[in-house]
Design a protein around this ligand. Structure first.
Ligand SMILES: Nc1ncnc2c1ncn2[C@@H]1O[C@H](COP(=O)(O)OP(=O)(O)O)[C@@H](O)[C@H]1O
Ligand SMILES: O=C(O)C1=C[C@@H](OP(=O)(O)O)[C@@H](O)[C@H](O)C1
Ligand SMILES: [Mg+2]
Length: 169
């Protein structure tokens, strides 16, 4: 098999954490949710880190956690939506596993996570904010080996689609 790890990327609310958990259950790979790992290591929540230290500080923690995590083998890694913003991170991910980008429309993202206080960058939850972020990050998600549109699909369907590719790769 070409890629052992599976690395999920994509905007907030595209289902990385949910689909990652389904993939781990199905394959026996270990789920690592990068945000959960960062929060656990920092001893505080992601919104707390953003509020107290700012986004740049969070991005440094995220890059360091990503680098360490990708030294593991046999994991499904659910990244945070902004983990792709640094080129060094994108390169590490591409070397570290089968990179799968999840996509969803702004409307769908708004329904899924627009009101969620756990996502500081969506505070306010406006569709314009989501649309702007999607546009801004479009190119940063394009390096994936595989892109899956999750619109109108259940998380189970998305996971099944990814597994077909993973098992054939
Ligand atoms: N394919 C899907 N269809 C509908 N809702 C979904 C889907 N995937 C995830 N969700 C829901 O969207 C919300 C955000 O999912 P999550 O996995 O946390 O996304 P991410 O980690 O990409 O931000 C959760 O409430 C989850 O149940
Ligand atoms: O897109 C982003 O910049 C972020 C996405 C979040 O993760 P999810 O994509 O899992 O929501 C989390 O890392 C943080 O709030 C920042
Ligand atoms: Mg997540």
């Amino acid at each position: 098999m070409l890629h052992y790890n599976i690395v999920l990327i994509g905007m907030m609310g595209t289902g990385k954490t949910t689909v990652g958990s389904l993939l781990a259950a199905e394959t026996g790979l270990k789920l690592v949710d990068l945000d959960q790992r960062i929060a656990m290591e920092a001893g505080r929540s992601i919104p707390d880190i953003f509020a107290a230290e700012g986004e740049a500080y969070f991005r440094d923690l995220e890059s360091a956690a990503l680098r360490r995590t990708l030294q593991e083998q046999g994991i499904v890694l659910a990244t945070g939506g902004g983990a792709v913003l640094r080129e060094e991170n994108r390169l590490a991910m591409r070397d570290g596993g089968l990179v799968v980008a999840l996509q969803a429309t702004a409307d769908e993202i708004l329904v899924r996570v627009g009101e969620d206080p756990g996502r500081p960058l969506l505070a306010g939850g406006a569709k314009e904010r989501i649309t702007a972020l999607l546009e801004e990050r479009k190119d940063a998600y394009a390096f994936a080996h595989l892109t899956v549109d999750t619109s109108g699909k259940s998380a189970e369907q998305v996971a099944a689609e990814i597994l077909t590719h993973y098992r054939g790769s």
